[in-house]
Design a protein around this ligand. Structure first.
Ligand code: TRP
Length: 463
């Protein structure tokens, strides 16, 4: 299906809202804090911010401008620009294909926590090993994942995303206010552990903000760089075709340069705040060792925070997890929608049939991912040295391996074959100035291809 026939966004605000709605998800609230904590806080933060302003901006601009200029979604856009490069569109399609295998699993975890707080059993959730035992139980994670998957498929099946988007406009600002409030509360925390050592939220904040360069080595730096870059791709949903598709709906008179700035700042702002909410709390209750706990970080630290709030914590905990569930849902719908639209095109099937088939396939895939924590448990070490289960492997393959490769190819294609002017002209087509034009040029031709090559080899373990 050609996107020309689809209705575009009625205003640039509409575009900004929908694009940020898809960008802001568990990537910001769950993934960013745990990566920042794992990588020692401050250094990760600085590197991430630098990457957003350079790489994030370049890749986001490229995706959106390609979409708007070709009026095609990613699967066809690259082929429309140069037929030999059609394969790049297909390659980008692989990313949502992989991400979808585990996105609903995380959605299920969040949903589980929402129900725990709803049923008032928060004391259980506060116990130290609650998350671990939940994960390793057989039925519960699967049940919640499947409920989450069913809601996603239901909405895509009936094509009622519009209603969800309207609802999202209310929930998302609410979620952000909530994160700010909890973040402020996290900073007031104080706890004395069994060794008599007292730790405070403000100390935790310093660990989050202050870079610590002691025993920094080149290979450690590369690892942080790769983690930060993979987070950037995931969080902004760039180089995976999504933003190309959104770009194809944007009107010609929309100021792209400004809209992109808003999406960039907004997505990053939410991630930074989520860090303030999660990291000081982990530090207060578990010290620096707790910070390495990985994907479970949000699920072990937030219950502690809600517990420290007293009785009201049950309600706040419920509202928080319900809102995160919702933010995750808007993202999972957007991933599923992309897949359904592309498969409808490829297989010439109806929306309903495609949604059902994908729903079944992904339910099976998600069950396998859930079982990765018990039945299919094994110790696997990723090239970056981290031990990984099925979910981490999928995450690594898409975000740390495929995305640097796709970005490298996109930069070479745009920088050297199509030439940056093609993109710059599109950004300026509305008559507005492209303020970071020079930066864009240097990034896409020289810096991005070189860094992506290094990261690609780093991710395969060759470097
Ligand atoms: N950016 C989303 C987040 O931060 C995750 C995501 C990755 C996504 N790829 C996507 C969302 C594709 C929508 C579409 O959680």
């Amino acid at each position: 299906m050609n996107t020309k026939s689809k209705s575009g966004f009625s205003s640039s605000l509409g575009f900004i809202l929908v694009a940020t709605g898809s960008a802001v998800g568990v990537g910001n609230i769950w993934r960013f804090p745990y990566l920042a904590a794992q990588n020692g806080g401050g250094i990760f933060l600085i590197i991430y911010l630098l990457l957003v302003l350079t790489f994030g901006f370049t890749l986001l601009t490229t995706d959106i401008a390609i979409g708007r200029r070709t009026r095609e979604k990613a699967l066809n856009a690259f082929g429309a620009m140069k037929s030999k490069w059609k394969f790049l569109g297909k390659l980008t399609f692989l990313v949502p294909l992989i991400i979808m295998t585990y996105y609903c699993v995380i959605g299920g975890w969040v949903l589980k926590y929402a129900t725990v707080y709803l049923s008032g059993c928060r004391d259980q959730a506060t116990q130290d090993d609650y998350f671990k035992s939940f994960l390793s139980s057989h039925a519960s994670p699967i049940v919640f994942t499947l409920i989450f998957m069913a809601i996603t498929v239901f909405i895509v099946y009936f094509g009622v995303q519009k209603g969800i988007e309207r609802f999202a406009k209310v929930v998302m600002p609410g979620l952000i206010l909530m994160i700010v409030g909890i973040a402020v509360f996290s900073l007031t925390l104080r706890y004395t552990d069994s060794n008599g050592i007292e730790r405070t939220g403000m100390q935790g904040l310093m660990i989050y903000l202050k870079p610590d360069f002691t025993d920094m080595t080149f290979s450690k730096f590369l690892k942080i760089l790769l983690d930060a870059m993979s987070q950037l791709f995931f969080s902004l949903s760039v180089s995976m075709g999504i933003m190309v598709t959104y770009g194809s709906y944007v009107k010609k008179d929309t100021n792209l340069s400004r809209s992109i700035k808003y999406i960039e700042y907004f997505d990053t702002g939410v991630a930074l705040l989520a860090g303030v909410m999660v990291i000081p709390a982990v530090y207060v209750f578990y010290g620096t060792q707790g910070m390495t706990s990985g994907p479970g970080l949000m699920f072990v630290s937030m219950p502690k925070v809600f517990n420290a709030m007293g009785n009201i914590g049950t309600i706040i905990g419920f509202v928080f997890f319900a809102m995160v569930t919702f933010a995750t849902l808007t993202s999972s719908i957007s991933v599923m929608e992309t897949l359904v639209a592309d498969f409808m095109d490829l297989l010439h099937m109806s929306r309903k049939k495609t949604s059902l088939i994908l729903g079944v396939v992904y339910s099976i895939a998600s069950i396998i991912i859930c079982l990765g924590y018990n039945v299919f448990y094994f110790e696997f070490t990723l090239p970056n040295g981290q031990s990984a289960q099925l979910l981490d492997i999928m995450d690594y393959v898409s975000n740390s391996f495929l995305l640097p490769l796709i970005s490298f190819l996109t930069c070479v294609f745009v920088g050297w074959i199509i030439k940056p002017k093609w993109i710059i002209d599109e950004v300026e087509a509305s008559g507005d100035k492209f303020s970071r034009k020079r930066l864009y040029n240097v990034m896409i031709r020289y810096i991005a291809p070189v860094v992506m090559t290094i990261l690609f080899f780093q991710s395969t373990g060759i470097l």
